[in-house]
Every structure is written in structure tokens, then in C-alpha cells.
Design a binder for this molecule. Structure first.
Ligand code: UDX
Length: 422
């Protein structure tokens, strides 16, 4: 059993913390947001994540949240920094939250007598832990890293919507360390996990995270590019990738061709890696193409729509799905955003439905009508943008459906059906 503090209660912080609590540890969340603290202290999740509420209820004796860094650091042996690293407008990453967390943590560490390990879980570019975080904590605490306090990198690979499952069932655990004490404490913390555990130096661990996300994003853009060629040839890209994925060197996952990737990770991480590469004098041609393909892919849905309705002005266009993927209310970088923007610019009336993301979407698109799926299906044509499970059971008979995510029932039933890559 360990005493752990977690800085930042976004989906990574809260899932990691509650996961550790479920494993028998004591967890203290530190956040600057009072409303999040109150929610956590009443065992309510500050974000929606499947299975999280139940785990919070079950383990409520093992965690609490506070605004007080001193208390959290003094009462724990190890701190995970899990704050957000959002993108700057130029694609580089914004380290403001990481820096202020490091500063507050450093101040709290100043008066602590026992050894304390600090672990960076936030996604940060290679070199950040040692070049940015370390000097801040050293300056504020007056202590020397790797001697008087430990510092490590432990990237997360949690998928939103599946984060609780992923926490308990990781493919691997990556631990980037330099000092022996931190290595021991992290090995002990993850002792009950059976997956491979890779011990590396700190910047290698940071690079593993970026490389994994860049590869997955590449796989999707590759599937989409091949899918676009298949569409022109009258070939179903899903059949093709079934055949391709059976090669064990390739593997079948992440070949779902469609309208591209969104979310808080892939677009941001690939862009940040591009910006870093350019800073180093490299021209990352492949990574740039991954982003280009992804940005053009949603436009293909509109092109296919116009094949059937050339002039969108005054037409009612339905949208099924607004979240960047199913089972989340997150709309960050959702492909629905560029699609809805174009439809509105062309004078269409947009009616949209999403099981969880309508409220978030309404904040940026108040001019869209939000309605139940049956109403959306009455539109002149309907675009499928997110593959929610419940869309598998709708009645598509007699409709014009332009599908960006491959819903088989729509393919079978619609009067006119177009798939983006099939
Ligand atoms: C991703 C990584 O999977 C995770 O390991 C990392 O820690 C954070 O980023 P997440 O963004 O939650 O997780 O979602 P994921 O399920 O990976 O999907 C990302 C996007 O790619 C979604 O928009 C999804 O629709 C799209 N996608 C995924 C495809 O278009 N095709 C696929 O085959 C797979």
C-alpha cells in the first residue's frame, strides 16, 4: 500500500488515482478547481468516464481531494503530475499548467523531510521533464533532483471512454527513471500488473508516448488514404483491411477508415512532434502528411453529400454523432466541427443528435438545432459522424445516408447510401 498524490483531475488524473485506490493505495487529489474538489469529495466523477462512478463509490474511504499542496505532498510518498498540456495556436504544446504544478509542488517539497518521488504523467515532449520540470522543482524546493527527491516519467496510454478498463489492462507500462529509489517505488506500485514493464531513461519514456500516438494516427490516415482510392475503384476498404490486418506484422486494429481522428491526443501530439522536429532542423514529411490527410477527410463527406444534393442552401441536413468518438461527451477536435461549419456556411439548416455531447457542442454552435435521432433522420439527408452503438438500431429506411463511420444497418436499409471509403 502506498500514499499517492495526484495533481490535476482531468480524465488521466482521476482515472489513474481511482485506479490506484482500487488497488488498495491511499490517494490525495490536488486541484485548483474548487468545484472539482467538491465533486471528488462527494465521490462523484468530475468527468464522464465509463465505470468511474462505481469505482469512486466503492473506494470512497481511500481518497479525497484538497486544494492544499503542502498537505498532499506531506501525506504522500509519490506525486503524479497529470495536468493538461493543451496545444498553442502554432501546434506547439502549452506547458503553463505543468510549470505551475511543478512550482507549487517544489514549494511544498521544500519543507518535507522524507524522500519524495515526482512522476510526470502529462504528455510532454522528450526532454521536458529534465529540462523544464526539474529546474523549476529544484529552484522552488532548494533540493537536488535524483538525490534529494526523485523524478520520473510514466506516460499513460488510456483511451477516453475506455480509460478505466485500460488502466487495469495495459499492454505495457513504461517507466522512465534515473534514480534508483524512484525506480523501486514505481516497480513496487505497479507490482500487481502482469504486462511487460519497460524501464528506460526519462526522455526515451517521453518519446515512446509520442511515437505510439504518431504511429496510431499514421495508421488511421493511411487507412483513409487507401480508403479514398478504394472508393474510386468501387472497392470496400473494410474488406481490404480485413485481409491486410491478418498479417501478424501489421495487426488489424486502427484500420477503421472513415472521416479521421479527433480527440485531445492524436491531433495535438502529432502537431507537437512536428513542431519539435522542425525546431531541431528536421522536416517530418510523413507526420505532416498524416495531419493533411486527416484535415481533408471530413470534407469528403460533404463532397459525397453534394453528389446527391448539389445545392445545400435551405436544405435540412441531419448529423448523427458530435463527440470525437463514441462513449464520450468530448468534442475536442471532433470531425463534426469542420463538417457542421461547412454546412452552415453553405446555408443549410443543421439538426444534430448525440447521446452525450449535445451540450458541449451547443456551446460552440448555438445555431444548430438539437433533436432526438428520429427527428434528425427526417432531414433531407443525414451524415453519420460518430459510430455510437445506438446508431446500429435506428430505422434508416427511405433515407439518404452519407456515412463517415460505417454503420452496417444504414448501409443495408437506406434509400441512398454512400460510405466515405467503401
Ligand atoms: C488515444 C490513444 O488511443 C491513447 O492510447 C492515448 O493515451 C490518447 O489518445 P483517444 O484519443 O481517447 O486515445 O481515442 P482513440 O480511441 O484512440 O481514437 C482517437 C480518434 O481516432 C477518434 O476520433 C477515432 O474515431 C479515430 N479512429 C480510431 C479512427 O478514425 N479509426 C480507427 O481505426 C481508430
Amino acid at each position: 500500500m502506498m500514499k499517492i498524490s495526484i495533481i490535476g483531475s482531468g480524465y488521466v488524473g482521476i482515472v489513474t488515482g481511482i485506479g490506484f485506490a482500487e488497488l488498495g493505495n491511499e490517494v490525495i487529489f490536488v486541484d485548483i478547481d474548487e468545484s472539482k474538489i467538491n465533486l471528488i469529495n462527494s465521490a462523484k466523477p468530475p468527468i464522464y468516464e465509463r465505470g468511474l462512478k462505481e469505482l469512486m463509490q466503492k473506494n470512497k474511504e481511500r481518497f479525497y481531494a484538497t486544494i492544499d499542496y503542502n498537505e498532499a505532498i506531506n501525506k504522500s510518498q509519490i506525486t503524479f503530475i497529470c495536468v493538461g498540456t493543451p496545444p498553442n495556436p502554432d501546434g506547439s504544446i502549452n506547458l503553463d499548467y505543468v510549470k505551475s504544478a511543478a512550482e507549487a509542488l517544489g514549494k511544498a517539497l521544500k519543507n518535507k523531510k522524507d524522500f519524495h518521488t515526482v512522476v510526470i504523467k502529462s504528455t510532454v515532449l522528450p526532454g521536458t521533464t529534465e529540462d523544464v520540470v526539474k529546474p523549476i522543482i529544484e529552484k522552488e524546493s532548494g533540493k537536488e533532483a535524483f538525490e534529494e527527491f526523485g523524478l520520473a516519467s510514466n506516460p499513460e496510454f488510456l483511451r477516453e471512454g475506455n480509460a478505466v478498463y485500460d488502466f487495469f489492462n495495459p499492454d505495457r507500462i513504461v517507466i522512465g527513471v534515473k534514480d534508483e529509489k524512484s525506480k523501486e517505488i514505481l516497480e513496487q506500485l505497479y507490482n500487481s500488473f502482469n504486462c511487460p514493464k519497460l524501464i528506460t531513461d526519462i526522455k526515451t519514456a517521453e518519446m515512446i508516448k509520442y511515437t505510439s500516438n504518431a504511429f496510431l494516427a499514421t495508421k488511421i490516415s493511411f487507412a483513409n488514404e487507401i480508403g479514398n482510392i478504394c472508393k474510386k475503384l468501387g472497392i470496400d476498404a473494410y474488406e481490404v483491411f480485413k485481409g491486410v490486418g491478418l498479417d501478424h506484422r501489421i495487426n488489424p486494429s486502427f484500420f477503421r477508415a472513415g472521416i479521421g481522428f479527433g480527440g485531445s491526443c492524436f491531433p495535438k501530439d502529432v502537431k507537437a512532434l512536428i513542431a519539435k522536429a522542425e525546431e531541431l532542423g528536421e522536416d517530418p514529411k510523413l507526420l505532416k502528411a498524416v495531419i493533411d490527410v486527416n484535415e481533408e477527410q471530413p470534407l469528403r463527406l460533404i463532397e459525397l453529400l453534394k453528389k446527391h444534393i448539389p445545392d445545400l442552401n435551405g436544405k435540412t441536413i441531419g448529423i448523427l454523432g458530435l463527440a470525437f468518438k463514441p462513449d464520450t461527451d468530448d468534442i475536442r477536435e471532433s470531425r463534426a466541427i469542420p463538417i457542421v461549419r461547412i454546412l452552415l456556411n453553405e446555408g443549410a439548416r443543421v439538426v444534430a443528435y448525440d447521446p452525450k455531447a449535445m451540450e458541449n457542442f451547443q456551446n460552440i454552435f448555438p445555431q444548430v438545432d438539437y433533436a432526438p435521432s428520429e427527428k434528425v433522420l427526417e432531414s433531407d439527408a443525414v451524415l453519420i459522424v460518430t459510430e455510437w452503438g445506438e446508431f446500429k438500431n435506428l430505422n434508416y429506411k427511405g433515407r439518404i445516408i452519407i456515412d463517415g463511420r460505417r454503420i452496417e444497418k444504414a448501409k443495408e436499409e437506406a434509400r441512398i447510401y454512400e460510405g466515405v471509403c467503401w
